[in-house]
Structure formats: structure tokens, C-alpha cells
Design a protein around this ligand. Sequence first.
Ligand SMILES: Cc1cc2nc3c(=O)[nH]c(=O)nc-3n(C[C@H](O)[C@H](O)[C@H](O)COP(=O)(O)OP(=O)(O)OC[C@H]3O[C@@H](n4cnc5c(N)ncnc54)[C@H](O)[C@@H]3O)c2cc1C
Length: 396
Amino acid sequence: MKILIVGAGASGLILAIRLKLNNPKYTLIIIDKNQKAGRKLAVSGNGRCNIGNFNLNSKFYRNKAISEKVFSKYNLQQQLNFFESLGIKTKCLDKLYYPYSESAKAFVDYLFNYAVNLGIVFGFQEELFDYKSEDGFILAYTNKAKYKINKLVFATGGKSYAKLGSDGTCFDILKKHNYAVTDLNPGLCPIRTVESTKNVSGLRVKGKVTLFLDKKEFYKEDGEVLFKNDGLSGIVIFNISSIISRNINKFKFASINLDLFPSYTLEQLVKEFTFKASLPISNFLSGYFIKNVAEYIFKRAKINYSKQVFSVNEIKEVARICKNLNFTFSQLYDFDNAQITIGGLASDNLKEDFSSKIEKNVYFVGEILDNDGLCGGYNLMWAFGSALFLGDILCK
Ligand SMILES: Cc1cc2nc3c(=O)[nH]c(=O)nc-3n(C[C@H](O)[C@H](O)[C@H](O)COP(=O)(O)OP(=O)(O)OC[C@H]3O[C@@H](n4cnc5c(N)ncnc54)[C@H](O)[C@@H]3O)c2cc1C
């Protein structure tokens, strides 16, 4: 059995290792257009590689059915056990799992060396251009070779962070082979807002963040928001960007509400501010926020920051803004700033075992599929889980 895996990223590496461990006699070749394996994996989790989440649940994924199928067999513990069996120790920090080294680069190097030691053959700076079926085999054409193989696996990722390899060109190859590809949009990225955030750029606030689509509450999460020059960022906003992206054609208007005092009712806050408002301005909101954020809140409340005395209505308005700091969504950041791609190869193209319904001996794994998870290790769990799933199918 000779299998060509296209893509030496998170899913391709784990698939190859699983297959070779299960079937040492298989000939496995992985090609990647990059000059080395796992380039995206090596920068994941801010270089620490967040490989899993304590709270694995298909509700955090776009495609719940396909996620359920994979995670019912390869849940968090089974994935961690697999890494342990390779000799990779993991650790849990605040419900997020990392390699013990907390080094994405060390993790990738380990997997790559492990794969090489198993006899898996790598071809770098090698790009798949096309393929065809012939006499029960697949002929795959790259810039360096023509392969005659039994099975071809696409582990080519999505379209985000093209500089790390996965630029979405494989979707064009697949479209030529009559595959349906759903709309591709950036996910887990910052968002641009109509309201200016320039004066608070680089600053952070914490609170409850709520997404409204066409004025209906759609998603809620507590966390930290980072102001950018032209919008919002931070993990909660990344999640919100994915929710927006998943529903991009289903709404006309999206807004994001920051409640900077989630544990207070508006009345409680007004009461507290009424007491504080008797203090000089520098001691008012500055007791809660740094100066620029305090100034920004006054500006949004349309109240002059240099005022010394506040009317009851002004105090109420400042409190209201603190509980409803609203931003109108204007745009997602582009793929170069997105951790994942929303959309991909449509599930209708797949059989139960992740093989193609259109052609024999063609398989898919990882982010290329139309499934994505929220921030916090969910996307690597999908890449690894789907790779283990396919790895066990292909060795039967
Ligand atoms: C900055 C950043 C941080 C992230 N952090 C996390 C995190 O901490 N936790 C988490 O769960 N997820 C994280 N992700 C998401 C996660 O990295 C991806 O979901 C995951 O890498 C997808 O794995 P994959 O194998 O499907 O694709 P990839 O890892 O993208 O691998 C695909 C490979 O295919 C190759 N390729 C593509 N087309 C061809 C072709 N035609 N010929 C040859 N080779 C080809 C590419 O060069 C690439 O190496 C992060 C993503 C980014 C960008």
C-alpha cells in the first residue's frame, strides 16, 4: 500500500504517524510546499501550541455532526494518550492543554523526527498541482515528481496565514474535480468597527461581550477585549469573528456589546457612580479604568471629560455606556490575520469514512474540511482527531 499525503501540517503529520504505527509495511510519502513540516503548528498558541481543551464539546464547532463522529472515538483523553504513547508529555494550564515543553517548535520537531524514524518519506518544497485516477491507482503530479499511488490524502489546510503554506489553492484543484467548496471566510480574527477605537488602541478591558445579529442576541462570552486602531481583538472577539463568519450571509447588521460591569445592575452602578461623582474627575472612572479608557467612555457618553460636576442624567449615561459599550461590526480582518478558515470542502462530498463520494481512493483530513472550532485548542483537536479517525480507517 502506497499512500501520498499532501500537507505536512498538524493533520498530515499525525495521520502519517498513526498509519505507519498501525501498518509498518505501508509506504507513506508526505509532501509539503513549505521547506519544513508543521510551519503553522510551530507558531500556534503564541508559540506554546494549545493542543487541547478540557471542555471538548461538538457545540464549539461549526459542523456538529462531523465533530461528534470524530470526537466520540477520539476524545481529549484519547488524543492525549496518543501523544503520551509517542513520548510527548502534556500539561494542563487553566483547562487548556499544551505539550509539557510549552514549545510549539519543540512539539513539531519531535513529531517530524518521530515520523522520519518510522520511515515516513518527506518531500519539501513540493506542491501538488493535479491528479487523476487510472487503472485503480491515483497519479499525482507535483512540481518535482509524478507519483503512482494507491491512495491520496488531502491534508492541505484552509486559506488563512498563507505565508505559512496553506493558501487555499487546493480548493481550486478540487473544484476542477467537481467538488463543492463552501464559501471561504476568515475566522478567529480581529474585527473592524464603525466606531473609532484609535484613542484606546493597544489597551484592554474585561467584561461580558455579547454579539447581536440583526438585533437578536446570538453569542455571549466573558473575557478580555483588546482595542485595535480600527476595531477589536482578543480571544472573545476571535470567537465572535468566527460566529459572524459562519453566519455572514444570514444577517444584515451585527453589533457587539461590551458590559464592563457584568456583576452590577445598571441601578447598582448608577448608585456607585453617584457616590464617586462627588470626587474630582481624576478619581471618578479612573478608579476602574486607565485614563485613556475612562476618557473614551466619557467621549462615548458625549460628556466632556474635563467637567468637574455631573448631573444625575450624566452619571446615568456614563453608567449606561459602561454596561453597553456598543460597537457596530463593519468588516472581518483578512485571511492573513485569521487563525482559521470558515468553510471548506463541503461535507456532502464525503462518505462516512472521509473518502470522496466523487472519486475512489481520495481522502480528506483536517482544516480543509468544512468544520472549524472556537479558540482554545479546538482546531488542533479537530486536526488531530480527524487524522486519528482517518488513520484507523485507512489501515483496515
Ligand atoms: C497564528 C495561528 C495560531 C494558532 N493557534 C492555535 C492553537 O493554539 N490551538 C489550536 O487548536 N489551533 C490553532 N491554530 C489553528 C491550527 O493551527 C490549524 O487549525 C491547524 O494547523 C490545521 O491543521 P491542518 O493540518 O489541517 O492544516 P495546516 O497545519 O495548515 O497544514 C496544511 C499543510 O498543507 C500544505 N499544502 C497546502 N497546499 C499544498 C499543496 N498543493 N501541495 C503541497 N502542500 C500543500 C501547507 O504548506 C501546510 O503545511 C492557529 C492558527 C494560526 C494561524
